[in-house]
Design a protein around this ligand. Sequence first.
Ligand code: MG
Ligand code: MG
Length: 257
Amino acid sequence: MISIKSEREIELLAIAGNVVYQTHQYLKPFVKAGITTLELDKLAEDFIRSKGCTPSFLGYEGFPNTLCTSINSEVVHGIPDNRKLKNGDIISIDIGACYKGYHGDSAWTYAVGEISEDAKYIMEHTEKSLFVGLNEIKPGKRIGDIGAAIEEYAKKYKLGVVRELVGHGVGTTVHEEPDVPNYGTRGTGPILKEGMVIAVEPMLTLGSPEIVILDNDWTIETEDYSLSAHFEHTIAVTKDGYRILTGPLEGGDNGKE
Ligand code: MG
Ligand code: MG
């Protein structure tokens, strides 16, 4: 069943989402050549806890860390370790935070130093595809409209759409109904209603959309080692559109802006 959140619940989801946003802003200056993904993980965990939240992914189905850190051809679910970021890498950082039982979930891909034109291309168009998908959202539209818009955009720019991984509902668990695929057919799927909260998260590739799971049973990588990017926001469906929950909080504490 797809849950409809009350106003009070949406405010709690917005606080969690805002802490996720703040964590991204906090980490950004540290995303440089020489830092390890485990160091980023520690910074993120301390930051999330300092805001009165807990990391959503730590311990989720046994995931060992706060962040998912996926470098270059890694798509999602990379486990932080002692690898150092190098100039020219791109890194997708996925963050979840839980406030009073309610979650926020947002991923962003970052450039490490000077990156290639290919890397800029996949980052730019994956981010744009997220907003193309979000722009479909309002009551009465359907989940399939979001995926269709993202898929059409990706096709236009000759990018692969990873099909095995999808967006999802967000609430008192970080993954709940409905699935929100990054492909689809307009006019199909569940109808969007005011109060639904979903994470939209295109994962696009420069080459083949086929993926493999690495030996650690978590990290997902493109089969052909082509670059991949991942951009995600958690949003609430509103009366006439949507509200990004994993962004700045109006009148709130948004960290050091
Ligand atoms: Mg995520
Ligand atoms: Mg997600």
